[in-house]
Design a protein around this ligand. Structure first.
Ligand code: UN1
Length: 512
């Protein structure tokens, strides 16, 4: 039901202290005054934590490097055993971890459970991978020679993650890096350090009980951007994986590249759906609504642009606006809620600025208003906005991290594809069609220029098995899935001569 004045958020049934207790962890060693953690559900304070200084980062990297030197010698399947045990522990505590994630991040419980499931899934994936870190043999041009490619552990991974997927993105990189033989440091978002301490705490606990795991294999750096910069600049951090804004990635990527470290960047998206006249309308509606409003529009894969065929535009948009009007907006702990709060006031202000800009650029805004919660002035709940635009104006080409769906229309498919590709970001895209030619064209070299190209599903909710990331200002990195494990290893090409002569490559003669 559409409830214009939703009930005040339920008091949390579980406190953060209780949840940590259930996980067998304690926050005692992390207490401090530098970082106040609040819940977006009602703005209440959850914890006050100490942070790490830039000087402490040096010592942390040195410890990680020492751990790596031991860990690289452990056989990969035995490294997988560590991840297997972690995955079992996450399974055991799935509900408590999901609640903590919801309390700290504000995503609805079913999505929090989905995120914890992603952590479990990537553990299974990484365990399998630990027996499949294949190299290959290559045909040598010389007689009685063998050319082989090896994949070896790389070094220390520094992983910078965002508030919106406070656990899964870390797990994608870290579990894979661990089976690849790397050490790992995690710099989580300052908005979600508790989720980080919980997941890393469980992994540390498993590592402490695993005789083959060295000390300090997995560490957490709490702090502001300076901690991330310290990782980006440090010559002993071999690979830096960063998920977040384009602006952050431009800084981190350049810093890592300057010292010839390896950056993996997964940055902004401005994801579009093309809805064609042959689309299954009910399916397209459900797909677009979840993609546009899930996680309150705060996924990097959130649907931000809908490019609908002129012939069906009016009826489709009318149904979309009506459906968004029926979404339950309120406490994410309430199982009936569809859309929880924005992360904070800055996100709300950014959303309102974008809506004002859209209006001034000719847009007609439906929804988008704040929904006040009695007694929680610091909680920012909004009705997702549907914004009819006269064209792909400046604001439409920007990523605003909030639930705003811009509506554009088209008449020819190639025009829709040009609009879809006509932004600087290139993360995710989709088409709703039952026409096989349209579906194929969209996925082809002439179609979407994004890293993720979906047919008859929305832009968000990628599975862990596929390479995740995108092109253009999205950064080009693939954090997990497919063969992206290679990002966490180094390649060595070995040529072995098992003859008694010494033929040189390319037929070079050098007779002594
Ligand atoms: C992100 O928002 O940074 O594809 C990650 C999805 C999720 C991950 C999103 N599996 O929507």
């Amino acid at each position: 039901p559409n409830d214009a004045s939703p009930s005040a958020p339920r008091a949390f049934t579980r406190s953060v202290g209780d949840l940590f207790g259930e996980l067998g962890l304690s926050l005692d060693a992390h207490q401090g005054s530098a970082l106040t953690v609040t819940s977006p559900i009602d703005g209440s304070t959850l914890a006050s934590l100490r942070t790490d200084s830039a000087d402490e980062m040096d010592a942390m990297v040195a410890r990680a490097r020492t751990a790596f030197l031991d860990w690289r010698a452990v056989p990969a399947p035995h490294r997988g055993e560590l991840v297997r045990r972690f995955g079992l522990l996450v399974r055991e505590h799935k509900e408590a971890l999901s609640q903590l994630l919801t309390i700290e991040n504000g995503k609805i419980l079913t999505e929090a459970r989905g995120e914890v499931q992603e952590v479990i899934d990537i553990c299974d994936y990484a365990v399998g991978l630990s027996r499949q870190l294949f190299g290959m043999t290559i045909a040598s041009e010389r007689a009685e020679h063998r050319l082989t490619e090896y994949w070896h552990p790389l070094g220390v991974l520094g992983l910078i993650s965002a508030f919106n997927f406070p656990a899964a993105v870390w797990a994608w990189g870290t579990t894979v890096a661990l089976v690849c033989g790397d050490g790992a440091i995690w710099k989580p978002s300052e908005k979600t350090p508790l989720t980080a301490l919980a997941f890393a705490g469980l992994l540390q606990k498993v590592a402490a009980d695993y005789e083959q795991a060295p000390e300090n294999l997995v560490q957490v750096a709490l702090g502001d951007a300076a901690c991330g910069i310290a990782l980006a600049d440090h010559p002993d951090v071999a690979v830096v994986s960063a998920t977040g804004s384009v602006r952050m990635g431009q800084d981190v990527g350049v810093r890592v590249q300057r010292r010839f470290g390896r950056p993996i960047l997964e940055l902004g998206g401005n994801n579009a759906a093309i809805v064609t006249p042959s689309a299954d309308v009910a399916l397209a509606l459900r797909g677009t609504i979840f993609a546009a409003t899930g996680t309150c529009g705060q996924r990097c894969t959130t649907l931000r642009r809908l490019i609908v065929h002129e012939d069906i535009r009016e009826s489709f948009v009318r149904r979309l606006i009506a459906a968004v009007g029926t979404l339950n907006i309120g406490s994410p702990l309430d199982e009936a809620t569809h859309v929880g709060p924005l992360i904070d006031k800055a996100a709300f202000d950014g959303m309102q600025r974008a809506l004002d800009a859209a209006r001034s650029q000719g847009g007609i805004v439906h929804g988008g208003e704040r929904i006040e919660q009695a007694g929680s002035p610091e909680a920012y709940y909004v009705r997702p906005a549907i914004v009819e635009m006269p064209g792909q104006t400046e604001i439409v080409r920007e990523e605003t991290f909030a639930p705003i769906l811009y509506i554009l229309s088209y008449t020819e498919l190639d025009q829709a594809i040009a609009l879809q590709n006509g932004v600087s970001q290139g993360l995710s895209s989709c088409i709703f069609t039952r026409d096989v030619l349209e579906a194929e064209r969209f996925q082809s070299a002439l179609g979407s220029d994004c890293g993720i190209v979906n047919v008859n599903i929305g832009t968000s909710g990628a599975e862990i098995g596929g390479a995740f990331g995108g092109e253009k200002v999205t950064g080009g990195g693939r954090v997990s899935g497919s063969d992206s494990w290679k990002n966490y290893m180094r390649r060595a090409t070995a040529t072995v001569n098992y003859s008694t002569s010494l033929p040189l490559a390319q037929g070079v003669k050098f007779d002594l």
